[in-house]
Design a protein around this ligand. Structure first.
Ligand code: SF4
Ligand code: SF4
Length: 244
């Protein structure tokens, strides 16, 4: 079953948006599944749901106070398994669970209307550990939906909250009116001191070359993160998340 006509796909977009915000989402976007036709094989919406037409992406904001807990550099409490780190890990898990609940609710709304849905969980990216690549890239989906741009740390940087957001996505065979187009600006422009590059404890972030979106050694990052419950220093120090 498919919604026919722009009017119905617009109604569906607004209905799902209202539900998402009522349930606690801070960000909502919709993008056509065909926009990812050039993604690597196995990582396109149609690879996880045949007949995929739309992708919905949802975001929730980290509490600033929880992000500020994360120790950086030689700050007190900067050791593996510190209570500060563990508290942030718990906050992360909480947001993932909330997003999974909201995503499931929206996916069921679509199912009840007769559409097929796939829900890429916030709590389980389905990462292929050989290449550290998720089944679908939530960040690419969010960027295509106009929710933000890629930062030097490879995280999504949003105009409202910088990188302090967690994401989830739903793929469906329903035609849903897309939201915004990708942002025309680079949200790293104007960030002179590049604290994500200078503070990364693993030295994994470099300034991107002219043709690169970002330059992150994700294996170095993963190796460092295996030594403690979390890192997320780049998320904390990013000026995009410190605008107020
Ligand atoms: S999570 Fe930590 S190690 Fe990984 S890129 Fe960010 S700051 Fe560097
Ligand atoms: S700290 Fe600056 S350069 Fe790094 S991702 Fe944030 S805005 Fe971009």
């Amino acid at each position: 079953m498919a919604v026919k006509g722009t009017g119905e796909s617009m109604i569906l977009k607004e209905e799902l948006k209202e539900q998402a915000f009522n349930l606690g989402a801070d960000l909502y976007g919709v993008v056509e599944a065909s926009r990812f036709d050039d993604a690597p094989s196995g990582h396109r919406p149609a690879d996880v749901l045949s007949g995929a037409k739309s992708v919905i992406v949802l975001g929730m904001k980290y509490l600033d106070g929880m992000v500020e807990l994360l120790p950086v550099g030689k700050e007190d409490g900067n050791y593996p398994q510190s209570p500060r780190e563990k508290m942030f890990v718990g906050h992360n898990a909480f947001l993932s669970a909330q997003l999974d609940r909201i995503g499931y609710t929206l996916a069921r709304v679509l199912e009840r209307k007769g559409f097929k849905t796939y829900h890429q969980l916030a709590s389980q990216g389905g990462t292929d550990d050989r290449y550290l690549v998720g089944m679908l890239s939530l960040k690419h989906i969010a960027a295509e939906a106009g929710l933000g741009t890629f930062g030097h740390h490879s995280l999504l940087v949003t105009p409202q909250y910088g990188p302090r957001v967690r994401l989830t996505a739903i793929v469906t065979d329903a035609e849903i009116e897309p939201t915004d187009k990708p942002l025309a600006v680079n949200l790293c422009d104007g960030c002179v001191r590049k604290p994500c590059v200078t503070h990364c404890p693993a030295g994994a972030i470099k300034e991107p070359g002219e043709t690169e979106v970002y330059s992150l050694d994700k294996f170095l990052c993963a190796q460092y993160r295996r030594t403690r419950p979390t890192c997320s220093v780049c998320l904390k120090v990013c000026i995009g998340g410190r605008k107020g």
